[in-house]
Write a protein that binds this ligand. Structure first.
Ligand code: ATP
Ligand code: MG
Length: 398
C-alpha cells in the first residue's frame, strides 16, 4: 500500500490572478525533487498537493519535498472515507501506537472541516473522537494547551489524519523570479546569500574567482562542495570559475596598494555581469554585508555598484555575522566554509585598505590597467562545472 504526504504551501496563496502560474512551477519542482524515487506520484489539487510513495522511501521523500521552495510544511497522512466511526477507530489506533512508541500521555483532537457537506461541525466531531479515545484508554488525558500530540483530521473529498507537521523552507517556487548570478567565494556568507535569493524564486548560476596557482585546486573543490549543497535546493547549478591572477597582478603593478581590494571587486563584478548578461541573468548576488569588513562600507558598496549596470542584490546586508553563521550551520555549508584554504582576495590582501573610496579616483586607477583585454582573456580561459543534485556531472576547461 502506498503512503501519502500532505504538502502545504504558504505565500503562493496570497497571489491573485497569477496564482496558477506559481502553483504550476511549484508542482513541477516537487515532481523534479522526487522523480528519482521510484513509485512516487505527485497529485496537484489547487491549494494543496500530495505525494504518494512507498513506505520504505518515507525519509527520502520527506527530505526531497522539504527542500522545495514554497513548501511550508508536510505531514505523513492516513486517508479514509468521510465516516465518523472510521475517524474514531483510526484515531484510537494511532494514539495507542504513539503511547506505546513515544510514551505520550496527553492529546488533543483538531478537526478542519473543509468539506462543508459533512453533517457535523468541527467541535462536534472533535468531541466525539476525543471521547471515544478517552473512554478506551488508560493513563491518557486531553490537554487543550500543551498536549503531547495533536491528532488532526482534515475532512475534504476524503479525510486525512495526521499527527505532525514537518517544516519546509517556505519562500517562492524556484525559477519564478528570473535568474541571478551569485558571486560565490569559499566563505561563509555567499552560499547563504545564494540560498536566500533562491528561496525567493531566483534561479541561480554561480561564479567563482581564484588566483591559481596561488590558490589551490582544493580551494576550488571547496567551492564546488558549497555548490553541491546549494544544488540540493536548486537541482542544477552551473559554476563558472575565472582566474583573476593576471588582473590582480596588473592592479598590483600599476595601481595604489590600498585600492587592490576595491579594484579587484569591481573587476569581479564586471566579469560576472558579462557572463550574467550572456546567460540571461537579471541580477548579481553577493554575500556582502554592511560594515563587516573594510571593503563593505557604504562608500565601498557604492563604488562597487558603480562598476556594473545590473542590480546587485545583497540579501545579507543587514545581518549580524553570528546570524549568518547560524544560518550557514542550518544550511549545512558552515563546516565547509571554514576550511582554511586560501582565497584570491586574501592572497593579494594589501597592508592598508581604503575604507572610503571615491568613485572618480577609483575609476582613474582602473584606467591604469588594460581592463578590456584582461577581462576578455579571463573570460576566454574560464571553466564551467555543472552540478546536478549534489553531483558534478560535467566540467569544461578545468
Ligand atoms: P564570504 O564569506 O562569502 O567570502 P566575506 O565576508 O569573506 O564573504 P568578502 O570576501 O569581502 O566578504 O566578499 C564579499 C562578497 O564578494 C562575497 O560574499 C562574494 O559574494 C563576493 N566574493 C568575494 N570573493 C569572491 C570570490 N573569490 N569569488 C566570487 N565571489 C567572491
Ligand atoms: Mg570572502
Amino acid at each position: 500500500m502506498s503512503e501519502l504526504l500532505l504538502v502545504r504551501y504558504g505565500e503562493i496563496a496570497l497571489k491573485g490572478k497569477n496564482r496558477r502560474y506559481f502553483e504550476k512551477k511549484y508542482i513541477s519542482n516537487i515532481k523534479k525533487a522526487v522523480k528519482h524515487i521510484e513509485n512516487t506520484e505527485v497529485i496537484d489539487r489547487s491549494g494543496r498537493s500530495y505525494v504518494r510513495y512507498e513506505k520504505n522511501d518515507e525519509e527520502k521523500v520527506i527530505k526531497a519535498v522539504t527542500n522545495v521552495f514554497g513548501v511550508v510544511s508536510v505531514s505523513v497522512a492516513e486517508t479514509m472515507p468521510n465516516d465518523l466511526a472510521l475517524f474514531c477507530e483510526s484515531g484510537l489506533k494511532k494514539i495507542h501506537d504513539l503511547m506505546a512508541e513515544q510514551g505520550y500521555q496527553s492529546f488533543k483532537v483538531e478537526v478542519n472541516r473543509v468539506n462543508k457537506k459533512f453533517p457535523m461541525t468541527s467541535p462536534e466531531i472533535s468531541k466525539e473522537i476525543g471521547g471515544y479515545i478517552l473512554t478506551r484508554s488508560e493513563n491518557l488525558k486531553v490537554d487543550v494547551h500543551h498536549p503531547d500530540v495533536f491528532l488532526n483530521f482534515e475532512i475534504r473529498e476524503q479525510t486525512y489524519m495526521f499527527v505532525s507537521r514537518i517544516p519546509g523552507p517556505g519562500g517562492m517556487p524556484y525559477g519564478t523570479s528570473g535568474k541571478g548570478m551569485l558571486l560565490l567565494s569559499g566563505g561563509i556568507d555567499s552560499p547563504v546569500a545564494g540560498y536566500q535569493m533562491a528561496r525567493r524564486g531566483v534561479e541561480l548560476e554561480a561564479i567563482h574567482f581564484h588566483s591559481y596557482p596561488f590558490t589551490s585546486e582544493r580551494a576550488f573543490d571547496k567551492v564546488l562542495d558549497l555548490g553541491r549543497v546549494l544544488s540540493e535546493y536548486t537541482q542544477t547549478l552551473r559554476v563558472y570559475s575565472v582566474n583573476l591572477l593576471d588582473i590582480q597582478t596588473a592592479i598590483g603593478d600599476r595601481c595604489p596598494d590600498e585600492e587592490m581590494t576595491i579594484l579587484s571587486r569591481r573587476m569581479m563584478m564586471q566579469i560576472a555581469e558579462r557572463i550574467a548578461l550572456k546567460d540571461n541573468c537579471k541580477c548579481l548576488i553577493t554575500g556582502e554585508n554592511l560594515a563587516q569588513v573594510a571593503s563593505q562600507t557604504m562608500e565601498g558598496l557604492t563604488v562597487t555598484n558603480a562598476s556594473v549596470e545590473l542590480p546587485v542584490l545583497r540579501p545579507l546586508i543587514a545581518y549580524d555575522k553570528n546570524e549568518i553563521i547560524s544560518f550557514a550551520k542550518k544550511l549545512g555549508t558552515y563546516e565547509t566554509s571554514i576550511l582554511p584554504y586560501e582565497d584570491c582576495c586574501t592572497v593579494f590582501l594589501p597592508k592598508k585598505v581604503v575604507t572610503k573610496p571615491k568613485l572618480d579616483k577609483i575609476e582613474n586607477s582602473e584606467l591604469l590597467i588594460d581592463k578590456e583585454s584582461l577581462i576578455e582573456r579571463a573570460i576566454e580561459n574560464m571553466s564551467v562545472t555543472i552540478i546536478v543534485e549534489g553531483k558534478v556531472v560535467s566540467e569544461y576547461n578545468r
